[in-house]
Ligand binder design. Structure first.
Ligand SMILES: Cc1ncc(COP(=O)(O)O)c(C=O)c1O
Length: 397
């Protein structure tokens, strides 16, 4: 039986899959079982930020795996790798975030932030945004409002309301002194790369302060230089000092790892046994994350992403001008870009056609394709990907 047959028979399939099985990768390229090469403009959902099999990542994982992967009584004991990562992270975190806890996935980080926000404030109301995605655990699903998420798990457990992303007046109307927290993505990723007005986060922050609600910023998809700043909230002209910030994906270059950071006031109200977990910053994840963050800082990858991102966006805008009957809009900030089609069904069809032509893109809700290449992607690979996109789109036309 083939890999695909075995998985279809013995696995649990929650989504429609692409008929592809990958075996290895190097930089922006990956190869399937038949040896066919592809350009990976997905980074595995925005995770492999330094590309596939980056020598620094491979060396860090091998060295740490040979030393210690999981500490005895992990959460009860201390770890030099975790201490080193905490110090390095402190140099890049937004001002005011003083303490960090490590976990394993984005949903877990958001879940913990929501849980602790309830505990710290003694309130349970949460305001989130329409089109948002914060994870697939029950709590994070309930604060997500895309097309496919929440409806099958009703009724909601808590008092959650949704306002349009980027709409300050709607948020002002939804917030009251009973609100525990507001959770927002600086740029909605799964929602289709929705970029709010520049000072919206500043207005969200001001409203939260007025009403005594905690501000949870979800940087899971946008963090670690993806948008051309270390964190996307740095694009705001008003300095943003969230109460919680959640991180995952690019944080460890491909290894399942995540974190949430809090400010001093929240940290002061966190008590023993409020949270925990088996892995909670295991040495392997910490060593890798430390290497990845060190690389991003030393090589000023944020600046590189700004240049690559503006090249990619300009090329996509030119493509839209060529094919306005197919492409409704293109959007981008750094290396998170979207192409929105007039006909929603085109997104999946084009994803398959691009894969046939050796280009992997991310199909997204509502007729949108996202481009999320690794942050080191070369100009040549971007030109090849754009030429493939153009060819496929012209054939579709
Ligand atoms: C903004 C955002 N938050 C949370 C998540 C959930 O992360 P994970 O899949 O690691 O649980 C995602 C995943 O795509 C995301 O984009």
């Amino acid at each position: 039986m083939s890999t695909i047959d075995i998985e279809n028979t013995l696995g649990i399939t929650f989504c429609e899959r692409l008929p592809l099985a990958f075996t290895h990768g190097m930089g922006t390229q990956v190869w399937d079982e038949a040896g066919k090469a592809y350009l990976d403009f997905t980074s595995g959902w925005g995770v492999t930020c330094l590309g596939h099999s980056h020598p620094a990542v491979v060396a860090a994982i091998a060295a740490q795996a040979a030393r210690l992967m999981q500490s005895p009584n992990a959460g009860f004991s201390y770890s030099p790798e975790r201490a080193a990562l905490l110090q390095q992270l402190q140099a890049v975190l937004p001002k005011g975030l003083t303490n960090t806890y490590f976990c394993n996935s984005g949903a877990e980080a958001n879940d913990a932030a929501l849980k602790l926000a309830r505990k710290v404030t003694g309130k349970h109301k949460v305001v989130s945004t329409q089109g948002s995605f914060h994870g697939r655990s029950l709590n994070t699903l309930l604060v997500s409002r895309g097309t496919d998420n929440t409806s099958r798990y009703l009724p909601q457990l808590a008092d959650i309301s949704f306002v349009p992303h980027g709409d300050t007046a709607a948020l002002a109307a939804a917030l009251d002194p009973e609100t525990a927290a507001v959770i927002v993505e600086p740029v909605q990723g799964e929602g289709g790369v929705r970029i709010p007005p520049l000072d919206w986060l500043g207005e969200v922050q001001a409203l939260c302060r007025q009403q005594g609600a905690l501000l949870i910023i979800d940087e899971i998809q946008t963090g670690f230089c993806r948008t051309g700043k270390f964190f996307a909230l740095e694009h705001s002209p008003t300095p943003i000092q969230p109460d919680f910030m959640t991180m995952a994906k690019g944080i460890a270059g491909g290894f399942p790892f995540a974190a949430f950071a809090v400010n001093e006031a929240v940290n002061a109200r966190i008590q023993k046994d409020d949270h925990g977990g088996t892995y909670c910053g295991n040495p392997l994840g910490c060593a890798l994350s430390n290497t990845v963050i060190g690389y991003l800082r030393e090589h000023d990858i944020a600046s590189k992403v700004q240049l690559s991102g503006s090249f990619l966006l300009q090329a996509l805008q030119a493509l839209q001008r060529q094919l306005p009957q197919l492409i409704k809009q293109v959007r981008g900030l750094g290396l998170i870009c979207a192409i929105e089609f007039h006909q929603p069904a085109l997104a999946r069809q084009l994803t398959l056609r691009c894969a046939d032509e050796g280009l992997l893109v991310v199909p997204t809700r509502n007729g949108i394709i996202r481009l999320l290449p690794d942050l080191l992607v070369s100009r040549q690979d971007m030109e090849t990907a754009l030429a493939t996109l153009q060819r496929v789109l012209q054939q579709t036309e």
